[in-house]
Each structure stands twice: as C-alpha cells, then as structure tokens.
Design a protein around this ligand. Structure first.
Ligand SMILES: O=C(O)CCC(=O)C(=O)O
Length: 312
C-alpha cells in the first residue's frame, strides 16, 4: 500500500505545491518549449519526446573558449588543462591535487563535527547528504572555482544541487547520473568527486567507463519504467542497473578505476557510466565527497520519480 502511494504522482505534486520558490526555475523553460505544465507538475523524458534534442537552449562558444576565459583554468598545470579540454571527448577530467591538505582536513573535521552533533545523518546506507548546507567549508569547496569549471564544461550557469559525503565506499553499481538527476535537453548536469584521503584498490575506489557518455541516455522507457498518467513506473532499480551492465558489455568499453590521492578531483559528464568498486578492507575508510550540479538553462528533474528538481 505504501509503495503504491509513493508511486502516486498526485501525492508528491501536493507536496511540491508548497515548494514554488525552489521549483519555479523550470517555468520559463516549459513556456519556451510550449509545455503546459505548472511548477509542481510531474515531468519525465516522455514530455520531451516530440521536441528537437536541443530545443530551447541558447548557443554557446566552444569548450576551449569557455575554459580559456577562466583564471582558474589558466592556473592549472598543463596536464589538468589538457584533461579539461578533452572533457567532451572522454566524458571526464582529472584534476590532481586540486584541493590542498589543509582544505581537505578542514572538510573532514567539519563532517566529523556534523555527524557528532547529528546535524547530518546517514541515508541510503552510507551517504551523508547535503552537508554543504551546514558547513561553510564544504559549501566553499563546491562553489567557487570548482563550480566555475563546471559552468564552463556545461556551457551554462551551474547550480550546486547536492553534496554527498562518504566515509566508506558507495559500492554503487554502474549507472549514469542522468537517470537520477535528469535534464531537458539532455546533458545539463555534471559532477565533481573529491578524494578526502588516499584511495586504494581495497577501500572501494570510484570506477568509470571512458567514452561511455557517448552511449544513448538510458531512461525510463529503456527499462519499461514509464508508468501511467497517475503512477510512476513500478520497476525495481536493479532492473535499470542490469540494463546498464548489458549495454556496457555490448559496447565493449573497458572499466577504469580511479586510484585518487587526497585532494584529487574527478569531474564527470551527465552520461558517463560510473560507480563504486567493492570496499574489501573494512579497516580502511574511504573519505570522499561528490557534488552534483544542474545547469540553470535546462529543465531539471528526476526521471525515475518524475519529479521536478528542488533547487537552491
Ligand atoms: O563515490 C562513489 O563510489 C560513486 C558515487 C556516485 O556514483 C555518484 O555520486 O553518482
């Protein structure tokens, strides 16, 4: 009964009626796209199926020009600049030592304090969600130069949607963030993953599939999870994960594991397939943090739950 209620679109639309200030971002875009929707209306990829893939997006200069204009880009070592310039080809960029030791330690200290004072709690097994709302130092890490780089990569103003801190490996199966944090047009999100200590093969490193962002975006229709006018889809998330595993095997893309050093940053594209390796050595922690950003120029929503995204 509870599961059915959770899938009832009306129940969360009612909740969203009280969130106008955080949902109004989609309204000008709905209007530009000719979609008759309220700020609280359910939304999914099905609503955009009749539109041109780039409908409603303003043109932007090429990636190299966007990056060159940024002092933070100019200040990076040559290898980091090359990695950022290749983002559109590879689907990721690596920024070794982007955060210094003192910054990382202050973030670890803030997270410890937030956990001890119960200001953040563990959700979805081992995720400390939205700590940036409680820690100025975590927020500063996600805003500032990192967000400027993400804005340049997206070509549109990036807004920090969420932070997730981990003390252990996520062990999440391979996925594209676009099934969780979705946009129209496709591709209007990106993420920054930060190593808050050295990562080893045994403490659940991040994994990713280079170039996999060029695969199609696999959304509700690809695992028969579109639902009905009243209810969201009824498929288990494991069915999505199995679909992704099959698509990657068919594409023959080889997995890479990111053995980061403390302070390293890994940026990924909205459709880069990635996940967490098994965390074998439970005596080790895996301190890390990920920021997910949405583009302000896109309709931002959640494909599985068909909810508009709450920003700000
Ligand atoms: O940190 C990890 O192991 C994976 C995180 C992840 O997949 C995500 O935040 O989307």
């Amino acid at each position: 009964m509870f599961a059915l209620l959770r899938r009832l679109k009306l129940s969360y639309s009612l909740y969203n009626v009280f969130q106008r200030h955080r949902l109004a971002h989609n309204l000008p875009l709905y209007q530009r796209l000719g979609l008759k929707k309220q700020y609280f209306s359910p939304v999914s990829s099905r609503d955009f199926a009749h539109l041109r893939p780039d409908a409603g997006l303003p043109p932007v200069p090429p990636l190299a020009a966007r990056l060159m204009a940024l002092p933070v880009f100019q200040a990076q070592p040559a290898a980091t600049r090359a990695s950022l310039l290749n983002f559109e080809d590879n689907g990721f960029a690596v920024l070794p030592g982007f955060f210094d030791d003192a910054t990382v330690e202050s973030i670890n200290q803030d997270l410890d304090n937030l956990i001890a004072s119960k200001q953040v709690d563990r959700r979805y097994r081992n995720k400390f969600m939205f700590a940036y709302k409680k820690s100025g130092r975590i927020k500063a890490a996600g805003e500032g130069p990192l967000r400027e780089l993400i804005t340049a990569l997206l070509g549109h103003e990036a807004t920090l949607f969420q932070s997730i801190n981990f003390l252990t490996g996520s062990e999440q199966r391979t996925h594209s963030d676009s099934i969780h944090m979705s946009t129209f047009p496709l591709g209007g999100m990106a993420a920054a993953w930060v190593a808050l200590e050295d990562i080893t093969p045994d403490n659940g490193p991040l994994h990713y599939y280079p170039g996999s962002h060029k695969l199609p975006y696999y959304l509700n229709a690809d695992y028969a999870n579109e639902g009905t006018a009243w209810f969201t889809g009824d498929k288990e998330y494991t069915k999505y994960e199995a679909t992704i595993a099959q698509k990657i095997a068919e594409a023959g893309i080889e997995k890479q594991v990111f053995l980061a050093r403390k302070g390293d940053v890994f940026l990924w594209h909205a459709n880069l397939m990635h996940g967490g390796e098994p965390h074998h050595d439970k005596a080790q922690t895996r301190k890390s943090m990920v920021f997910h950003y949405f583009s302000r120029a896109h309709v931002c929503y959640h494909e599985i739950t068909q909810r508009p995204a709450l920003l700000g």
